[in-house]
Ligand binder design. Sequence first.
Ligand SMILES: [Zn+2]
Length: 546
Amino acid sequence: MIRRDFGSQWAVAACAAYFSTVLNISFWRFVLSRLDFSKAGTAVFAMSMPIVLFLVFYAAFSLLVWPCVAKPLMAVLLVISSAACYFMFKLNVIIDSEMIRNVFEARPHEVFEMVTVGGVLWVAFLGVVPATAFFFIRIRYRAIHRELLGRIVYVAGSLFLLIVLAFVFFKDYAAAGRNNKMAGKFLNPFNYITSTLSYLRKQARRDLPFVVIDETPEHVPYEDPCLTVVVLVIGETARAMNFSLNGYGRETNPKLSGQDIVNFPRVMASGTATAFSLPCMFSPLGRKDFDIDLSYRSENLLDIVQKAGYDVVWLDNQGSSKGVADRVTTVDLMNEGNNKFRNGDTFFDEVLLDGLEGRIANLKKDTVIVLHMMGSHGPSYYRRYPNEFRVFTPTCDTAEIQNYPREEIVNAYDNTILYTDHVVSGVIDILKRFPQHEAGMIFISDHGESLGENGLYLHGIPYSIAPIEQIHVPMVLWMSETMRREDYVDYEGLKNGAGEMELSHDHFFHSILGLVEIDTELYDPALDLFGKFRSKDLPNGRGVKR
Ligand SMILES: [Zn+2]
């Protein structure tokens, strides 16, 4: 006789075991095929993984298995998850928000075409049968206070064990997660639950109205006949401390240090990842009030500049402006770049300089050009620079950086900075050929990078606990003699004062508005770094001299 009643914790454990094994065969197939078992320690790490997955499910299901709700909820989960399992395992379908969109927007005939005998049998055996069995067992719950206490103890125990395992295998999990970002897309049922939520969120966002931040920004320039060209160079993953301009022991800025620049050594990024900090820089909201979803349906700095009459061009060597350049002219160099700068499936950043001089020579009106760099994007630092910039050696020439000596990682990273120095200095060299223009360049990085400090690599740590390496970013300014004169900027004063200025990405929006002399209610003079270095107020009277 099969036993028909189970204590609640055993019911939770049975569900966790079933989900972490049978319904996740695609996950295991994906993960195990990517582990390198020839390396020592991999087998032990691999053995820890089913335990981790079981504990995660155990903790999650402890929250769901309660009287009345447990059975219908598990039945639905089992049936949908078995179907997801079928599509992933038999058809190699990847479940993400776009796939969920396909499901939601599928026509009835498309759905019916997906139903096959094999699929029905699969769902029947792996979904319906266990769901039915679960329906017929009797789950013994204790008195509510004892049940609650028991759950808390078991969940706390699971979490404690998870923390211990995460601590012991921290490097392995961090590396596996980093090198196999896809793995999460195979994790049944988390993949379709998070993808559905993400799809619904995107839908909700799409239906909200577009936000105009200023109806009528106006270009109110000082009286001068010169054409204005401002080049904004958005760096990637460059951290301030590895710039010799900021006192780094190695010569990583040989070219910029020979230019007549202003270096700002104390600048903080607004975020630790591109997806946040890039749109945040161009938003009037500032770090504390910034909202990524809102930024995708709202105007930003570039819209204001364009509306005020400037030409705005975004040249991209990274594949995405994160929505910032959605309404301005964009050139995707990863598709249209000069093959001379191609490096496998990416391009070296000098592709951004290709044709830049001709573009400026042909300008008809005031223009802002944004260059979005590939910069020091990790973990494959060694792929970010041409061979002649492989100056610091030996370098770690792999994406599995955590297995290499820190020195080799830093060498490769420093070479990326050396190359960035070359590219940014190259922008200045091009602008110098137009002494008749009011020409200016600002280079600023989106966020920093951890290079193994405290066992951390790459970036993306939550801002509140982010190490300084990930948020302290470099910023460099260059202005033509014409721009200094016509904009009444005390360039020498700025150079002398820059070392003391505590700046952040929040200053970017307002400083650029001041620089391009745009009159808008959005402008906050307190966040314009040029403010007190102007010997004459902005023509609209907003650029208060302090
Ligand atoms: Zn970034």
